[in-house]
Design a protein around this ligand. Structure first.
Ligand SMILES: Cc1cc2nc3c(=O)[nH]c(=O)nc-3n(C[C@H](O)[C@H](O)[C@H](O)COP(=O)(O)OP(=O)(O)OC[C@H]3O[C@@H](n4cnc5c(N)ncnc54)[C@H](O)[C@@H]3O)c2cc1C
Length: 440
């Protein structure tokens, strides 16, 4: 028996693939609903995503959606969302669509363009656990770090590129440098990387965990919290806040790093300490609805990111109704703005009124909006996205050691934070566990 603790996308996708493999399991989720960070709020004609806004789909994720018969629920991102903007000298400027068009587009200075061109022949260096910023500065120069890398990293991790490790967050970039001698050459050889499309669902992102939950519901304990785990006579015993303890040969921790550290028995002190170090910066997510006539020109594109050097209030916004028009009324515009993250964590302490006021001023100035939003709501994540800093070597090493004891980490704090990462890791772990259980 496998016990999975935590019913976010990681735990659910593992449960789904274990079911396919015919491996017996129980999934335990402490909340009254599954999905973890995936939270879609339906409010009259509006759909507000408090967590992930969209899912990037490649062939592997598509086959999961097909198996779950979700095709009629899918809403494709509007073509206009291929356009992305970056704040530069107080104005939104279109970001070049591909790494190669960086040279042709007027976004970067001539010096930066020369640095980008020189990347093709700059010698590769051995990987020594560099930060994302150090890696890109070495290969492309500071302007690329300030105006492309920092905002991109804040768009995915709400993170600090000077602390995030390149080999943990963008391993493909390291691979390109090592295998082709240049990141750009790697992009050219791999034709810009795997093709992926961005989508959501008619009733929001929560559709995916809900459908997975339907499939595995007989083996789900909902609203039940795991209190501790203990090894007794060679098997694991999982103690719950209600009901009988469950015996298991394999335990999967699909909870946050700090919860995982608390659940580990005292004898794994070093692992507990390492996992407690994982930093989750706070994040506020603000949804603002405007009438279309409030804009001189309504925003069209995926959204805009704000480089730290621009000293703006927010990290940037997703122009939600431009990507998914059905998320608000026809005559309205919905914008989702992010505040805080690793570089501006203190701002999440501000009260709701102050955050909304600052955002209104910023959006008004940048998007030339008349007046204030007709509707606005804020949600906060005290611990948002786990940051892959230097401690990750120890975090991963302890997780690896524990596998031999029958404890597995399968969550967004190791091996990738995105939903597709969590799904793919779930599939691989299910295959490995099926193999292990067959052999024993
Ligand atoms: C604001 C925001 C925006 C994002 N945007 C995107 C995006 O657009 N695209 C994308 O791909 N990714 C995005 N992500 C990342 C992605 O959503 C998360 O990394 C992913 O959903 C994490 O899933 P998980 O299952 O690993 O963890 P979680 O979702 O944290 O699930 C863990 C679960 O464990 C449960 N639990 C905890 N302790 C116990 C216990 N003792 N007993 C039982 N259950 C327990 C919790 O209740 C929770 O349900 C975003 C994240 C955030 C915060």
């Amino acid at each position: 028996m496998v016990v999975i603790i935590g019913g976010g996308i990681s735990g659910l996708s593992l449960a789904y693939y274990l079911r396919k493999q015919g491996v017996p399991f129980k999934l335990i989720e402490k909340s009254k609903q599954t999905g973890g960070y995936i939270r879609s709020i339906r409010q009259k004609e509006y759909l507000f995503e408090e967590g992930p806004n969209s899912l990037l789909v490649d062939a592997e994720v598509q086959s999961l959606l097909d198996e779950l018969q979700l095709s009629s629920e899918i809403v494709e991102a509007h073509a206009v969302s291929k356009k992305r903007y970056i704040l530069r000298q107080g104005e939104y400027r279109a970001l070049p669509a591909s790494p190669l068009s960086l040279l042709a587009n007027g976004f970067f200075s001539w010096k930066a363009k020369l640095d980008i061109f020189r990347e093709l022949s700059r010698p590769a260096a051995p990987q020594t656990g560099e930060s994302v910023a150090a890696f890109f500065e070495r290969r492309f120069g500071k302007e690329v770090v300030d105006y492309a890398v920092t905002p991109f990293v804040s768009g995915i991790y709400a993170g600090d590129p000077y602390r995030l490790r390149i080999d943990k967050v963008f391993p493909q970039m390291v691979e390109y440098e090592q295998n082709y001698g240049s990141v750009l050459k790697g992009f050219i050889k791999n034709k810009g990387g795997a093709r992926r499309r961005s989508l959501s669902f008619r009733n929001g992102m929560q559709t995916l965990p809900e459908r997975l939950t339907q499939v595995i519901k007989e083996d789900l304990l909902l609203g039940v919290s795991v209190k501790r785990i203990e090894k007794q006579e060679g098997a694991w015993v999982v103690y719950l806040d209600q009901g009988e303890p469950i015996r298991a040969s394999q335990i999967v921790l699909s909870v946050g790093a700090h919860e995982a550290a608390q659940l580990l028995p005292a004898q794994y002190e070093a692992a507990k300490e390492a996992w407690q170090q994982v930093y989750y910066p706070p994040l506020a997510v603000v949804h603002s609805v405007y009438y279309k006539p409030q804009f001189k020109q309504k925003p069209e594109g995926f959204g805009a990111l704000h480089p730290a050097v621009e000293n703006s209030f927010s990290l940037g916004s997703i122009w939600s109704s431009s990507i998914f028009p059905e998320r608000c009324k026809d005559n309205e515009v919905l914008i989702t703005t992010f505040v805080g993250g690793a570089l501006q964590a203190n701002k999440v302490q501000y009260d709701d009124r102050r955050i909304m006021h600052e955002i209104n001023l910023e959006l008004k100035q940048l998007l030339h909006i008349q007046g204030v939003p007709v509707l606005q709501r804020i949600s906060r994540w005290e611990k948002a996205i786990p940051q892959y800093h230097d401690y990750m070597d120890a975090v991963e090493a302890h997780a690896k050691q524990l596998q031999a004891e029958g404890i597995h980490v399968h969550a967004n704090w190791i091996g990738g934070v995105s939903m597709p990462d969590c799904i793919k890791k779930g599939k691989r772990l299910a295959e490995a566990l099926a193999q292990k259980i067959k052999v024993s």
